[in-house]
Design a protein around this ligand. Structure first.
Ligand code: FMN
Length: 355
């Protein structure tokens, strides 16, 4: 699997998720079998590039390549400048966000809303490709199947983006209007794949090894991208890789391994965010790890009362040590990913709005 000149390790990708796929989480997923991880979106608004939020998002220290930075915005010239800025800071691939069901930003529609304005969407793609091409940096783009059920224009746009020089397309099998409701559909992704020569990545509702195999087969896509199912379950990538290679299931991880992974994840997380924000933003990750485990819900509640790193680490360590006394491995995952709730959708909107 290649993105332009860049070879990837496999065809299992972590989806960009604002507020989730920061450097520690991306590196964790990479170490557990994901071949590629795109950063959370970075705004094209220059006045925000020096904010703490954007500089944390632009932190790639120690990350295995390729470094892929997603940019979001509604103005072609600003997007070109954002591409240039991120390339100067080490981006090896630039991804354009036309996938978020974001709210209005500065009276303009960003993310997947751009799919409604085809000339602007294309102008942005061309401008970003023009900015990146002299550096040999490939440009990729993530979109949905269309604006609404009556306006499913992913195939037309995919052809236009390919002609503009975009070198990989990711399609989330929902329209912008759907937000995260309903189920992803894969026919449109298959149609996009059939319409272009550049690699196509299928995304939406892949929650298990079987589903990954099914979606790859149904779409003919070159890769699958996994978002919510990796939250609190970063080992899903090695589970899928094993299943695709052998047709058999890998045993769930040992409780002791999950304890170690989470404690290491937390240390990296605090390193990026510092104590105050680190403890607070770590709570959602901890909640995702434990949500399906015995006593997980109660433990998740108790986390809200803890305000320093040492105590949070201790509590997590104790919880898993106690769990390990009753079971060697975590229970087999039931194939049920929560439909994206308001909280997650708002996270994403807020992340964009904050930009
Ligand atoms: C909390 C959250 C934040 C997200 N942030 C982004 C983002 O920054 N850029 C983007 O292109 N998509 C973003 N998405 C969409 C995901 O990349 C993905 O397309 C979507 O979750 C569907 O895949 P899944 O069913 O595997 O989760 C976000 C999704 C969630 C749940």
């Amino acid at each position: 699997m290649q993105i332009g000149p860049i070879a990837l390790e496999n065809r299992l990708f972590v989806a960009p998720m604002a507020g989730v796929t920061d450097r520690p989480f991306r590196m964790l997923c990479r170490s557990l079998g994901a071949g590629y991880a795109v950063s959370e979106m970075v705004t094209s608004r220059k006045e925000l590039w020096n904010t703490l939020k954007t500089s944390r998002r632009a932190d790639h220290a120690g990350e295995p390549g390729p470094i892929a930075v997603q940019i979001a915005g509604t103005d072609a010239a600003m997007m070109a400048e954002a591409a240039q800025y991120n390339i100067d800071r080490g981006a090896q691939i630039i991804d354009i966000n036309m996938g978020c069901p974001a709210k209005k930003v500065c009276n303009k529609w960003a993310g997947s809303a751009l799919m409604r304005d085809e000339p602007l969407a294309l102008e942005i793609a061309r401008a970003v490709v023009d900015a990146a091409a002299p550096h040999g940096v490939p440009v990729t783009l993530k979109m949905r199947t269309g604006w609404s059920a009556d306006h499913r224009n992913a195939v037309k746009l995919a052809r236009d983006f390919e002609s503009a020089g975009v070198q990989m397309l990711t399609v989330h099998g929902r329209t912008r209007e759907q937000g995260y409701k309903g189920s992803a559909e894969y026919d449109t992704i298959a149609a996009v794949k059939a319409a272009v020569r550049v690699p196509v990545v299928a995304n939406g509702d892949v929650t298990s090894p079987e589903k990954a195999r099914e979606v790859l087969a149904a779409t003919g896509a070159d890769a699958v991208m996994i978002g919510r199912a990796a939250q609190g379950r970063p080992w899903i990538f090695r589970e899928i890789a094993h299943f695709l290679a052998t047709g058999t299931h890998l045993a769930p991880p040992l409780v002791a391994e999950v304890r170690r992974l989470l404690l290491d994840h937390l240390q990296e997380h605090y390193g990026l965010y510092g104590e105050y924000s680190g403890v607070r933003t770590a709570r959602k990750h901890i909640g995702w790890y434990v949500r399906a485990l015995p006593g997980g819900e109660a433990f998740r509640g108790r986390m809200n009362g803890i305000e320093d790193c040492a105590q949070q680490l201790r509590a997590v360590s104790d919880y898993f040590e106690q769990l390990a006394q009753g079971m060697e491995r975590i229970p087999v995952h039931r194939d049920a990913v929560e439909a994206e709730d308001e909280e997650g959708a708002q996270d994403e909107g807020a992340a964009t709005a904050a930009h």
